[in-house]
Design a protein around this ligand. Structure first.
Ligand code: ZN
Length: 337
């Protein structure tokens, strides 16, 4: 019995142990399950929450990052610009060169004549000077041209002659060659007149009558294009009407120009480079001689119309001989300011 009871006892205790074991196992499983589920739930929770939070933060951060980028970019730009100014020697040289571009005012320019005086001579057809000195004003319209202006400047330099360029703003805007040529014109002591921007008769002179607003706006646009290249201090008060002042009804604009201090310059002689295409340099010289002698007895002051547009290579080629011819006739050369 003892055995039995002990068996019973041991049997009982085994059963109890089994129960305990099961309880422990269940507890452990439940515990693990709880822990696992908590961890899973938490991680899912953190994940989703985190995503949301991150999104919010990210959005804010993105904004900040973008702002910072912009700031940085702005700062970098400043740095780049500063380093351009300070470190880039070629840029410096260019800037120095540009700083040397000084467009002398009339009073400071020995080669220049007051354009107003020449304007009245031209409008009054009075080309005789009291002192009988002969003065030629070489003028070049419609440039600068990347093909012709430099050649013309070379000849003028070689002959030590100063001229007046009636510049078209649209040509200046055309390319870097034209801009370079414009700078060279000023650096080498020539004068600049304004020939407007568009050179369109239908816009400037509808029905052959000057439209004051269009005309003045066109002149300003052209001068602005030149300022872009020559600097804000540049200005010119000398203009040449596209097609010539004498070709249009200018009664409305004349008082405006006078009030604003502009002078307009037509011409009394020419080389014919706009009259027909492809004239040889000999023909151009012949035309110049013709127009100068046509004024015999009234030609102390001549204003010579020529063009430095892309197709006018022959004008560059004839120029040296033209200067020699005019010198042989007793002319000295001046500019208009
Ligand atoms: Zn023109």
């Amino acid at each position: 019995m003892k055995n039995n009871s002990s068996y019973k006892h041991s049997n009982k205790s085994r059963k109890r142990n089994k129960k305990i074991n099961r309880w422990i196992r269940v507890t452990i499983i439940v515990f693990i399950a709880v822990i696992l589920s908590t961890v899973v739930l938490k991680s899912v929770d953190t994940m989703s929450l985190g995503t949301n939070k991150d999104t919010t933060v990210d959005n804010k951060d993105n904004v900040n990052v973008i702002r910072d980028d912009q700031k940085e970019l702005a700062e970098n730009n400043i740095t780049i610009n500063e380093s351009d100014n300070v470190d880039n020697t070629s840029g410096n040289e260019e800037k120095l060169e540009d700083n040397q571009i000084v467009y002398l005012p009339l009073e400071a320019d020995n080669n220049a004549t007051d354009a107003r005086e020449v304007q009245s001579r031209l409008t009054e057809w009075n080309y005789q000077r009291e002192d009988n000195e002969k003065v030629a004003y070489l003028t070049f319209d419609d440039g600068p041209s990347e093909y012709v202006t430099d050649e013309i400047l070379d000849v003028l330099k070689e002959k030590d002659v100063k001229a007046t360029f009636f510049v078209l703003g649209s040509m200046v805007d055309k390319n870097d060659y034209a801009k370079k040529a414009l700078k060279r014109i000023v650096k080498e002591g020539h004068a600049i007149g304004n020939h407007g921007y568009c050179h369109r008769y239908d816009v400037l002179y509808p029905g052959n009558v000057v439209n004051v607003d269009s005309f003045m706006a066109d002149m300003k646009k052209s001068e602005d294009a030149m300022k872009e290249v020559l600097g804000d201090s540049f200005s010119t008060s000398v203009i040449r009407f596209p097609g010539g002042h004498g070709s249009w009804d200018t009664s409305a604009i004349d008082p405006v120009l006078q009030e604003k201090g502009y002078s307009y310059i037509d011409w009394n002689t020419l080389n014919g480079d706009a009259e027909s295409q492809g004239l040889s340099s000999e023909q151009l010289l012949g035309r110049l001689k013709e127009t100068v002698s046509d004024l015999e007895g009234n030609n102390d002051v001549i204003v010579v119309l020529m063009h430095d547009t892309d197709e006018k290579q022959s004008t560059a080629q004839y120029l040296s001989n033209a200067i020699d011819y005019l010198r042989s006739q007793g002319y000295e050369f001046k500019t208009l300011k």
